[in-house]
Design a protein around this ligand. Structure first.
Ligand code: HCA
Ligand code: CU
Length: 459
């Protein structure tokens, strides 16, 4: 199978995510990092949207990245002119091709072909490489899709995108339509799959099997509604299922965190590849098997993207997981002591995941002696957070809660909006947490107090 090209549209489709607006500098940084990760094409924006979008496209194009940089454009000469002003080497010109969309634009098929061809020719005359997009093409009349795409190919388009604009396809149909298009069109094909029914990765893979040579992605799957094919699982799937090397997989977690930070859209713990839990094992049966042989419960190892496997200790844990954790902490217990620790773990329901200190404390109790282990001294701090007036405090609070090292988040009244309890092992970790809080969109000010002494009433 030929190497699939990846076009990343985080800066165009991704910025169409409700609530997301990247600054020009943020876009430049994301573009550089995408380039660094060896993305083939970067869809930098739709310049006709606004002045700042145009400026970002122009500045990204001026970076002379290895990736092919392109601008998005409606099939309007005025839009193409905006792209020309940005000096982009490539343009993607789209027009809706379903009967419904043609009606809403008060156009018929011939007029749509005419508008598309004129714009493609105009862009070619101005020295740009051109992709034509038959928007919502998977739901449109197939013969018309072939007719309009062929006309734009004759006018000079070298790539054709037939997007699943509303995410209504399923993989078998996707493969079929791309197999047909590869025979009927004399151009390279792009697949752009929306995720409305959660099939964007599967549909993109199916399109590749059918003959698509490029797939559109966004970091963290951002985009209109439920977004499009997320870059991270798609690139990993190409590697794991087809042995295909595309982007630098080791760069994905950082890229994902950067986009999480600038977009303000949190990564769910269960998100594949980049979610907090993507490489964690919890159930006793799972943990025991993974400790024996990780492949028992892993389709691919975490180090494929530079991450590490975690065995969570909780009431679901069995003897093997607890013994393994203690061994890694340098503690060996007798069978009886181990069973005592395990039964305590199963009773202490207030602790959802046991940290090393918690486990060591139980081991000390079971052995009746102070263990000779270097347990890092914990640092606790209270961070008061003030939010900007136009943001929804709960969404900021929720984002803070997902930061590693944050114990509790309280929405409060008074001078500050949120109080955060941090529980970490070192000052440098505390600073890291503070930094992660400060960069969250909507955080205006923070004020930190380190806990010196704690008094409990014994309850
Ligand atoms: C839209 C356009 C698009 C275009 C995809 C492409 C879609 O926002 O409607 O140019 O390939 O999903 O059809 O994103
Ligand atoms: Cu789209």
């Amino acid at each position: 199978m030929a190497r699939t090209l990846i076009l990343d549209s985080t800066l165009r489709e991704g910025e169409q995510t409700p609530g997301v607006s990247f600054s020009v500098d943020e876009k430049l940084e994301i573009a550089r990092r995408l380039d660094d990760a060896k993305i083939d094409m970067i869809e930098a924006g739709h310049p006709a949207v606004s002045q700042d979008v145009a400026e970002a496209v122009k500045r990204i194009a001026a970076e002379r990245l290895s990736a092919d940089v392109l601008a998005h454009s409606r099939a309007l000469i005025s839009d193409v002119n905006c792209a020309i002003k940005c000096d982009v080497p490539r343009i993607a010109i789209f027009i809706g091709v379903t009967e419904r969309k043609l009606n809403s634009m008060k156009m018929n098929e011939e007029k749509a072909i005419d508008a598309a061809v004129k714009c493609v020719q105009y862009a070619k005359d101005h020295g740009m490489k051109v992709r034509f997009t038959a928007e919502d093409g998977t739901r449109a009349d197939y013969n018309f899709v072939v007719r309009i795409c062929s006309a734009t190919i004759d006018a000079g388009a070298d790539r054709i995108s037939v997007p699943d604009t509303v995410g209504s396809m399923m993989p078998s149909d996707m493969k079929e339509i791309f197999s047909k298009l590869s025979k009927d069109l004399n151009a390279d094909l792009d697949a752009h799959c929306h995720n409305d029914m959660g099939m964007a990765v599967a549909n993109a893979l199916a399109a590749v099997e059918g003959g698509a040579s490029a797939v559109h992605t966004t970091v963290n799957g951002l985009g209109e509604r439920a977004g499009i094919t997320p870059l991270e699982p798609f690139a990993v799937a190409l590697k794991v299922l087809h042995g295909m090397d595309t982007v630098d997989l080791g760069k994905l977690p950082e890229l994902s965190m950067l986009v999480e930070k600038y977009s303000g859209i949190p990564i769910a713990p269960t998100q594949p590849i980049v979610g907090e839990n993507a490489f964690s094992h919890k159930g006793g049966v799972h943990a025991a098997a993974v400790i024996f042989d990780p492949q028992t419960y892993e389709a691919f190892p975490p180090n494929i993207v530079g991450r590490q496997r975690e065995i969570v200790i909780s009431k679901y844990s069995g003897k093997v997981a607890v013994e393994d954790r203690l061994k890694r902490l340098g503690v060996a217990l007798t069978e009886d002591q181990l069973l005592t620790v395990l039964s305590e773990i199963k009773e202490r329901l207030e602790i959802r995941s046991f940290r090393d200190v918690d486990i060591l404390e139980l081991a000390e109790k079971a052995t009746g002696k102070k263990l000779e282990v270097q347990v890092p001294k914990k640092i606790e701090a209270l961070v008061m957070v003030k939010c900007e007036s136009n943001v929804y405090t709960t969404s900021v609070a929720r984002r803070i809660l997902w930061i590693k090292g944050v114990d509790r988040v309280l929405e409060i009244s008074g001078d500050f909006d949120i109080e955060v309890l941090i529980d970490v092992d070192s000052i440098s970790q505390m600073n890291e947490v503070l930094e992660q809080i400060r960069v969250i969109k909507g955080v205006a000010e923070t004020n930190t107090r380190v806990v010196l002494k704690k008094f409990n009433n014994g309850s």
